[in-house]
Ligand binder design. Structure first.
Ligand code: FES
Length: 172
């Protein structure tokens, strides 16, 4: 049975005239238990439309890596953070705030180079990503991963490599 029609019928159960007018003779008139009652959908909060999460000190875990002074990272610039073995990320700032990108091309994992634009360029096979790590050119298909960035409370950035966030997330 159509749920919408059933709702109308149940809503009119208190008035026989309305019931007859809404449902017609094909709907059985019962007074027993309702086996399939209409359940309204639960409220669903998906957060910001772009999935962005507010970045702050509480978000980063104890293993977050040091990212240097936030104040010295100018809009339109990026700072490479790497220990040459376990992590390699770009700490970037645009006009919305600070964010961190995985410095690993999504085509075949080569490290990227910051070039004019600014944008990121892969010397292995020529893919490019915009300054937010998105809109890759061939042969890359996937955008770069974003990691949570936090302020340590003393004006220093920390990057949590275990926490992937939506591309629109920023530390203000
Ligand atoms: S590894 Fe970057 S384009 Fe192939």
């Amino acid at each position: 049975m159509n749920r919408g029609r059933r709702r109308v019928c149940l809503a009119g159960a208190s008035g026989i005239a309305l019931l007859g007018a809404s449902c017609g003779a094909r709907v059985p008139l019962t007074t027993g238990a309702i086996d399939d009652p209409y359940v309204p959908p639960l409220p669903f909060d998906a957060g910001a439309p772009d999935g962005a999460v507010p970045l702050g000190p509480a978000l980063c875990g104890a293993d977050a890596v040091a990212g240097g002074k936030l104040a010295t990272l100018a809009v339109g610039s990026a700072r490479r953070l790497t220990d040459d073995s376990t992590y390699d990320v770009w700490l970037c700032r645009d006009d919305r705030g600070v964010y961190a990108l995985n410095n690993e091309c999504t085509h075949a994992s080569c490290p990227l180079q910051l070039v004019g634009g600014p944008r990121f360029y892969c010397r292995c096979h020529g893919a490019e990503f915009d300054f937010n790590g998105e809109h890759p050119t061939a042969p890359a298909i996937q955008p770069l991963e974003h990691y949570a960035v936090c302020d340590d409370g003393a004006g220093n950035a920390r990057v949590d490599l275990a926490l992937v966030v939506a591309p629109a997330s920023r530390l203000p």
